[in-house]
Design a protein around this ligand. Structure first.
Ligand code: PMP
Ligand code: GLN
Length: 383
């Protein structure tokens, strides 16, 4: 049968997890915690399963969860959003991204992504009939972490540009946006009809006392923005696949027009459990940065005496390590070899890029118990 996605192949996360399982390797490739969520969240899920919350939820999501999301958005980002018309609970962030792209992008439209870019964006654009334009994040002398080149972005915009996709804190590099970046984005998109899709699934995993610059904070940007997030990262429940999209009501109406045909509604008892848990533990968001910062520091300390080079991640639960001083092999082959030969699986960063990124880089997930990080780092230090 002819494929609608002939060039995409299987997701690197599926490929590397399969290889890790086959080899009995430590899986620092796919991003998921090795630990369980808070026991109270599990009890709430159990309670709602047994209390009869087992039939379809409303198409836009359980009201209590939408209200909890509205409260969080007001508390953290100062944006008052209407729980009835500006929030939709999704089947993980993945469906939120997919439905936004189908709602916005038409045949021949151009969509700008920043490389290294998360792997689900381009296939969704292709299926919508659009064309993905990849702009590399750049490293400069005055700003040595990966960041957007605003001049390059301004020059890349044309009359066909329909959507710009952003993802900060960024998977895989862990870099974040500054308040100046938001102003620069507003300037570049002012007087255009370009929409913005901001993938903020790591909004609560940000380190060194930095504040997450949500596009919801910015009055001008918010008018043209869809924000997608995921409870999977925030509550250590990636397997629950519950996320959400927020957007101004006119944009949200079109989002729902797609969402209702993509999945209609999302797993009911887990939505109730998340709503209760959000209300019960408002401190969870404030404590998560420190929790993951300690894991980042632990992992970085453990590999500091290895031959890998790195800049500690500013956010996300991923650390990129450069192996240029260890091997000249390409990152795809090297990550497979490390999985097979030393028993640690990672993700090669070049798979997220149209053009090879500078250096030779692998992404490691540090959302793991310390004993796992210690065992993996011990192996990496032998290289
Ligand atoms: N966007 C990014 C940047 C991600 O890293 C992930 C998953 N880790 C997703 C979207 C998908 O989230 P979900 O599992 O909720 O679909
Ligand atoms: N987002 C996760 C990661 O970056 C993986 C999600 C998936 O497996 N589809 O590792």
């Amino acid at each position: 049968m002819d494929s609608k996605l002939p060039d995409t192949g299987m997701s690197i996360f599926a490929v590397m997890t399969q290889l890790a399982n086959d080899c009995g390797a430590i899986n620092l490739a796919q991003g998921f915690p090795s630990f369980n969520p808070d026991e109270r969240l599990l009890e709430l899920a159990n309670k709602h399963l047994h209390a009869g919350a087992n039939q379809y939820a409303p198409m836009s999501g359980v009201p209590a969860l939408r209200h909890a999301i509205a409260k969080k958005t007001a508390d953290l980002y100062g944006r008052q959003i209407d729980a009835d018309t500006e929030i939709t609970v999704c089947d993980g962030a993945t469906e939120g991204l997919f439905s936004t792209i189908q709602a916005v992008v038409g045949s021949g439209d151009e969509v700008i992504v920043f490389d290294p870019a998360y792997d689900s964006y381009e296939p969704a654009v292709t299926l919508a009939g659009g064309v993905t334009r990849h702009l590399p994040l750049v490293i400069t002398r005055d700003r040595p972490d990966f960041h957007i080149d605003w001049q390059q972005l301004a020059q890349s915009i044309n009359s066909r540009t329909r959507l710009i996709i952003l993802n900060f804190p960024q998977n895989p590099t862990g870099v974040i946006l500054t308040a100046d970046d938001l102003d620069a984005l507003a300037e570049v998109t002012r007087d255009t009809s370009i929409y913005l899709l901001s993938d903020e699934v790591y909004e609560h995993i940000i380190f060194d006392d930095q504040a997450h610059q949500s596009l919801a904070c910015h009055d001008e940007l918010w008018q043209r923005t869809f924000i997608v997030s995921s409870f999977g990262k925030t509550y250590h429940v990636t397997g629950w696949k519950v996320g959400y999209c927020i957007a101004p009501s006119k944009l949200m109406a079109e989002f729902r027009n797609i969402h209702q045909w993509a999945c209609y509604s999302v797993v009911t008892p887990l939505q109730h459990a998340l709503a209760d848990f959000m209300t019960l533990t408002p401190e969870h968001y404030r404590e998560l940065p420190r929790f993951y910062e300690k894991k980042r520091d632990r992992f970085c300390d453990l590999v500091r005496n290895s031959r890998f080079t790195f800049t500690p991640a500013a956010g996300t639960f991923f650390q990129v390590l450069d192996f240029s001083e260890i091997s000249e092999e390409d990152d795809v082959n090297y990550s497979r070899r490390l999985t097979r030969e030393i028993g640690v699986a990672s993700i090669p960063v070049s798979v997220f890029c149209e053009q090879p990124p500078p250096g030779r880089k692998l992404r490691f997930c540090f959302a793991k118990d310390d004993a796992i990080l210690e065992e993996a780092a011990g192996k990496l230090c032998q290289l």
